[in-house]
Write a protein that binds this ligand. Sequence first.
Ligand code: ADP
Ligand code: ZN
Ligand code: ZN
Length: 735
Amino acid sequence: MSEPIYLRVAVPVPVRSLFDYLPPPGVDHRALVPGIRVLVPFGSGRRCGVLVEVSNRAAGEGGVLKPALRLLDHEPLLPAGDLDLLRWAADYYQHPVGDVVTAALPARLRQGREPLDDIRSGWRVTGTGKAVDPTTLSRAPRQATLLALLQGEAGGLTLEELRERGGDSRSALRALQQKGWVERCLVEPRPRPLPERSPAPTLGREQKQALDAIGGRLGRFAAILLEGVTGSGKTEVYLGAVEQVLERGRQVLVLVPEIGLTPQLVGRFQRRLRAPVVLLHSGLSDGERERAWQQARRGTARVVIGTRSAVFVPLPELGLVIVDEEHDLSLKQQEGFRYSARDVAVMRARRCGCPVVLGSATPSLESLRNALDGRYLHRRLTRRAGGAAQPRMDLLDIRSVRLDAGVSPALLRLVGETLDAGDQVLLFLNRRGYAPILTCFDCGWVARCRRCDAHMTLHWKSRRLWCHHCGSQRPLERTCPDCGGAGLHPLGQGTERLEEMLRGRFPDAGLVRVDRDSTQRRGSMERLLEEIRAGRHRLLVGTQMLAKGHHFPDVTLVGILDVDQGLFGADFRAGERMAQMVTQVAGRAGRAAKPGRVVIQTRHPDHPLMQDLVRQGYDAFARAALAERRAACLPPYSHQVLLRAESVRPEQPVGFLEQAVEMARRHAGPEVGFWGPVPAPMERRAGRYRAHLLLQADRRQPLQQLLAAWIPELAATRLARRVRWSIDVDPQEMF
Ligand code: ADP
Ligand code: ZN
Ligand code: ZN
């Protein structure tokens, strides 16, 4: 008789272990390949899990194991190396392995459904439609565009392809369908027509050195920090490296913080490379995402550009990983499975033996320390490409200055002069809405969120009060709810209020506001960016959405209205974030032939951090900040883990955490320090009371050892089932 065989299966349930099953009856054991999906009985129902290991010993003891019901795939969806990476990540970040592994699959596959085949639904012209001259549709330009596109492609186009080519209007399609000129059809996949190639510029000396450093390390692990000032041509270095990797027949993974913010990057990759590039981000439909994922897995896609979760996409021939804007907070997932896509990317490159490039104008202090200590190779681009100068930065002291919607008369004068000269101006304020506070001048009432310890933000256009912490909303009161008086007034300003003031003063500047409220509709961000580049708007007002990655050649003045909260934030990273933000926003100025100027309003012009940043740049700031962190034993000179807890009952979170500390002390060596439990800075949020416990050690290892012993024990306690709690390894935010 042959050995018994056990299947170890990752099942999407919040339990920190794999589950053992027997093989489905009658299944050929050669079909039991890790990485395939299996349908298993679970509780009273069934779940779709992923086979992770085949073993001849059961992990748990006793009990009668049930057989799995059915294998769902013939070939592994997750190859062995990728499965290992997922298991490592589940361990390192202390997140249930079943959740981590199954979340790496596209939604439909996770639900146990059949993979999509490659025939896609789309649209094509009818016989009558073929004969229609699109120019006769001049009163309906969208229909004309669509008709022309479809006439050019007899086999039809999918909605996705229509969108890429600039004709993604369902209403126009329906109108054409009613006329009988287009119809639905199935579209065969075909190689994409590659767009016209744009030639590469001749690289500058520093760019060449950076490229050589990467090119010389293909085929083995190396981490390279590419620290290049904004506009220094980092993307050109990436492209050069990608070309070399593609020539060697390998795939490339490019991680970017937010795809919506980097359409230009994607366009540049597609125009430059003679290879299929696919995108992976949350804006795709489930079907689109699954197709892109499958193309990556099968190797038909050679370059994958994606947001953080793309770090787990299967790539059988991975040869290079690039993390653009490696400092960006959105590379860290802040809920559920809390992982850093940057750190996982480095681990992935190490495991598969290929280089990883971390690029930024404002590197995180973590990466900078690794570079300065020699663990990462450090290449710098110190000058802007193509001869553009670095912008000049000035602090504008606004103590005892009368501001109008947050703007000083001196800055307003500069705005006027710049607009008169025909250039573009960008004003940056990282707060949306009209005003952060609504108060009654008669009795002192302030609009507060009923579910959080926070003020409601006034949104004037929609006449609503909004809590930016929990999302609750209510209509704006006309009179004070406390005294009934008419003395309600907004205090402080957000982008809406700034917009209102500036429209009044500069009515002809074509002002545009770019923030989350003004770009909610799909595609609206791209449209706004297009209009800005075309010169339709000369006055740009925005939040950090405007700060990242964009290239606006005609912006010569950047005004930063409110940086002071970054200087005194409760979080020890507040200064780093402020400096990154200021440098990134400033980097939008004067990127082309015209020199740029940056004006930063502050009430603390003598603050040493501000002085370092403005006089000597991010580089000097970051080195000074690292010295401070070292002296204070803060990350990156130590490692942290944050245990958060929340509950509707005020006493429970701290109670749970106290029990947790006690338990942890029994497992912890002397190297691990504990801070707390303490209530979170904003104790009540969305109706729950929150508290946390911070753990810190000089090395990762004692923390990891502690977690491995402590968390399973903690999870089994009674209180652990009453409060909501989570563990955050290498936390980026302290609340
Ligand atoms: P970064 O990614 O560092 O912000 P980019 O790669 O976007 O910089 O380069 C900024 C601008 O300079 C782009 O318009 C790019 O085409 C141009 N550029 C980059 N490298 C060169 C070069 N070697 N010669 C001429 N222009 C360049
Ligand atoms: Zn009142
Ligand atoms: Zn709230």
